[in-house]
Design a protein around this ligand. Structure first.
Ligand code: NAP
Length: 240
């Protein structure tokens, strides 16, 4: 297919982990994919390996998004709001109200604000029958402090956005992964004991991998998922 006719996708946080696997899945499906993140070196290495384009900006910063708009695709067929993570991991224990405020705000900024800002910035560019895919977490239903609350916010916003964009033929869904290994999410901070306990609570008795999430993203990005919208799809091995 001529590259100018290719469908385009933006995958935030596409340099590592789940985002990288989703980008690979979309490239295999024929999309021209832009991966974004803050670390240009990480993005460039991944882009060379999987055949993506790169744009480095902080998705939580309005001015950086505005500056990136000129280089983002003029028509967006798929937007994957994947950038985020639990900003409490590796941070100092919270001992003050001010620290608690900072902890919750950091999680909301990382997991909610970035997705909301970028989606609004490119909303007019999303093609008819386009797709928005948000990455939530099992944490939205497990009471994981500010991180879990932020992911719960992403899920209710997913429903709102599905209603807003639905008349244009655009679907909006969220994927809620359980434990996914081979990502930078835990930064080495997941103990073997905690890992074993999480896996014990799954039906499959295994951790997930980025390709497990990418497979569902690939379905949601495809032409046959057009009547699936406003949904949260768990990819968690049936975790209790
Ligand atoms: N791994 C799990 O067990 C798990 C489970 C449930 C949900 N999730 C969710 O899955 C998503 C991907 O996480 P992951 O596990 O693949 O971890 P990861 O490897 O740490 O990926 C997160 C990516 O987001 C990017 N990012 C973070 N903040 C950003 C910002 N402000 N602006 C631009 N890019 C930003 C990071 O790149 P830079 O640092 O270079 O910006 C990184 O590439 C996250 O939303 C996470 O909450 C993960």
């Amino acid at each position: 297919m001529n590259s100018v006719l290719k469908r385009t996708a933006i995958v935030t946080g596409g340099g590592t982990g789940i985002g990288r696997a989703v980008a690979e899945e979309l490239i295999t499906a024929g999309f021209s994919v832009v991966i974004t993140g803050r670390r240009r070196g990480v993005l460039t290495t991944t882009a060379e390996e999987i055949g993506a384009a790169v744009l480095d900006f902080d998705v939580t910063k309005p001015a950086q998004i505005e500056a990136a708009l000129a280089e983002l695709p003029a028509t967006v067929h798929v937007l994957v709001n994947n950038a985020g993570g639990n900003t409490d991991i590796g941070a100092e224990a919270v001992t003050t109200l001010a620290g608690l405020r900072d902890s919750w705000l950091a999680n909301f900024e990382s997991n909610v604000i970035g997705a909301v800002l970028l989606t609004n910035a490119v909303a007019d560019r999303i093609a008819a029958s386009g797709r928005v895919i948000n990455i939530s977490s099992i944490a939205a239903r497990k009471g994981v402090d500010g991180y879990g609350a932020a992911k719960a916010a992403i899920e209710t916003w997913t429903i709102q956005l599905a209603r807003e964009l639905g008349p244009r033929g655009i679907t909006v869904n969220a994927i809620a992964p359980g434990l996914i290994e081979d990502t930078d999410f835990f930064g080495g901070a997941l103990s073997e004991e905690h890992r074993t306990a999480i896996i014990e609570h799954t039906a499959t008795k295994r951790a997930g991998f980025p390709k497990d999430v990418a497979a569902v993203a690939g379905f949601l990005a495809g032409e046959r998922s057009g009547h699936v919208t406003g949904q949260v799809i768990p990819v968690d091995g049936g975790a209790e």
